[in-house]
Write a protein that binds this ligand. Structure first.
Ligand code: ATP
Ligand code: F6P
Length: 456
């Protein structure tokens, strides 16, 4: 049976047209939307006009603030070429690669520019959806420039104070021609307008289901610094006997991990840290709750959506038993682990679908510690680290290891803190029913994930 993503069912293609002055978070929002939709199997891509401009306006053309002066004919010529190239590539991607959501990441600051894009989209039966980030909080803008612009490829080998001054001048030039969107003049358009991140959100003519998904996601984003900790439950009795699923208790070593977990969280916060305010989420299964039981935080919530992959008829069996009893299923799962659905149970794709509300809530929240299960944790990790679907079910996420994620502007920092308490391996490689991972046998991506993360 074919697998449909929500967008295929709807048969809608959307072009998200970003709008706003420089340093308003447009690229960050674009990249997050692409990551979120890709995680949901909706084919999406961002076309960043700044990158096109950097490719064509090369030395000896000086790209300093004056390049963006609306009266600079040469600058205008290159900028027009850059947007034309980006639009051409995007249109080709929609038609040749069956793209579903394309994001045109530029300032698109004038109505004339937006009209041109609108017309092109309509001619190609693509729904245009404008997404404006309006921000007049000067402190935030200055912070954004410091965080991401002074280190941008536009200022390689330039001192920070030069970059800061020049970027502010660039914004000033854009400000001379900027026409923000408003519900009266743009009443016919589909748009979302974020004012000062999400202190006010204006929505206009949001029509399709896909558009409303994007709106809902964007509405939940915030930019406060925070950490997300992920951990599997401590080693369970079923882990020791190699059985999957079930609702068993922790093993003796699993209890040791539970007792050590508060110390690991503290350690991950750095020397002299105190327990900060954080919320603990667990599944409804005993092993995650037992793992959370020594944590000193008041707020502990159980989510059914965090329960382990349902193995259906195979629940409680070992991989060897599954291979003997259902050899075809065993092979089918190895061949396509993301799509394979256990008899009467779930696939990885099913988990991603049930995790969507968790992701929305996670985006809204600040510090969260999630104690869950191998398959669920792989799916959550794949969202944050942009791991392709076919790779995610094969990622190595060992027991007795705390993972700390720190979202940054365009990336997420990862550290893995090992508890130094032995546990069995629950990793099953392709083509065998034996547990345990040989580093050689792991996919290169999984290996990279392990070596890229700082171990302490
Ligand atoms: P440019 O037009 O120069 O490409 P941009 O608008 O794409 O700039 P980004 O490069 O995405 O800006 O800026 C990232 C910074 O913006 C980050 O520091 C991030 O915290 C901040 N940011 C993210 N969302 C918003 C928002 N809605 N409003 C203001 N700042 C935001
Ligand atoms: O900083 C502004 C910027 O991101 C430039 O890097 C890029 O050339 C420009 O915006 C693209 O937007 P527009 O084509 O609207 O000027």
């Amino acid at each position: 049976m074919p697998v449909y993503s929500i967008s295929h069912v709807e048969n809608v293609r959307v072009c998200v047209v970003m709008v706003g002055l420089p340093a308003r978070g447009k690229s960050l929002i674009s990249q997050k939307i692409v990551r979120y939709l890709s995680w949901l199997s909706i084919k999406s891509k961002c076309f960043n006009v700044g990158n096109y401009r950097r490719q064509i306006a090369t030395m000896p053309i000086e790209v300093d603030a004056k390049f963006f002066d609306p009266n600079n004919e040469e600058g205008l010529k290159y900028r027009q070429q850059a947007i034309d190239l980006a639009i051409d590539d995007m249109m080709r991607w929609f038609s040749d690669e069956q793209g579903v959501v394309g994001i045109l990441d530029a300032t698109n600051s004038t109505r004339a520019r937006r009209e041109t894009i609108l017309k092109l989209c309509r001619e190609n039966y693509i729904e245009p959806m404008f997404l404006e980030s309006f921000c007049d909080d000067q402190d935030l803008v200055l912070q954004n420039i410091l965080d991401v612009k002074t280190t941008s490829p536009d200022y390689v080998s330039k001192p920070q104070d030069y970059a800061m001054k020049d970027f502010l001048q660039r914004i000033e030039y854009y400000n001379q021609i900027y026409e923000p969107m408003d519900a009266v003049t743009d009443s016919e358009l589909t748009f979302i307008k974020l004012v000062n991140v999400n202190s006010q959100i204006i929505l206009n003519r949001i029509e399709s289901y896909l558009e409303s998904r994007i709106v809902y996601y964007v509405m939940n984003l915030h930019i406060k610094p925070r950490c997300i900790w992920l951990s599997r439950h401590g080693e369970s009795e079923f882990n020791v006997t190699g059985q999957i699923g079930g609702d068993s208790n922790l093993s003796t070593r699993g209890w040791r991990y539970a007792k050590k977990l508060p110390e690991l969280v503290l350690k991950s916060l750095g020397p002299d840290a105190q327990h900060t305010n954080l919320t603990v989420w667990t599944s409804t299964l005993k092993r995650t709750q037992q793992t959370a039981s020594f944590l000193p935080y008041k707020k502990k919530l159980q989510w059914k959506a965090l329960d382990e992959l349902d193995a259906g008829e195979c629940d409680g069996m070992t991989y060897e038993e599954i291979e003997q009893k259902f050899p075809e299923d065993f092979k089918a799962r190895d061949d396509d682990k993301y799509e394979y659905r256990y008899r009467g149970g779930e696939s990885y794709r099913d988990i991603v679908i049930r995790l969507e509300p968790i992701i929305m809530e996670l985006e809204r929240q600040e510090n969260i510690l999630i104690i869950t299960h191998q398959a669920v944790l792989r799916c959550l990790y794949a969202y944050f680290m942009n791991v392709p679907q076919h790779e995610s079910p094969w990622m190595s996420i060992p027991l007795h290891t705390l993972i700390k994620l720190e979202p940054r502007a365009y990336s997420t920092l990862v550290s893995r803190i090992k508890a130094d308490i032995p546990a069995v391996s629950t990793y099953k490689e392709k083509g065998t029913s034996q547990l345990g991972e040989s580093v050689e046998g792991m996919s290169s991506k999984s290996r990279d994930l392990i070596s890229a993360s700082a171990e302490s």
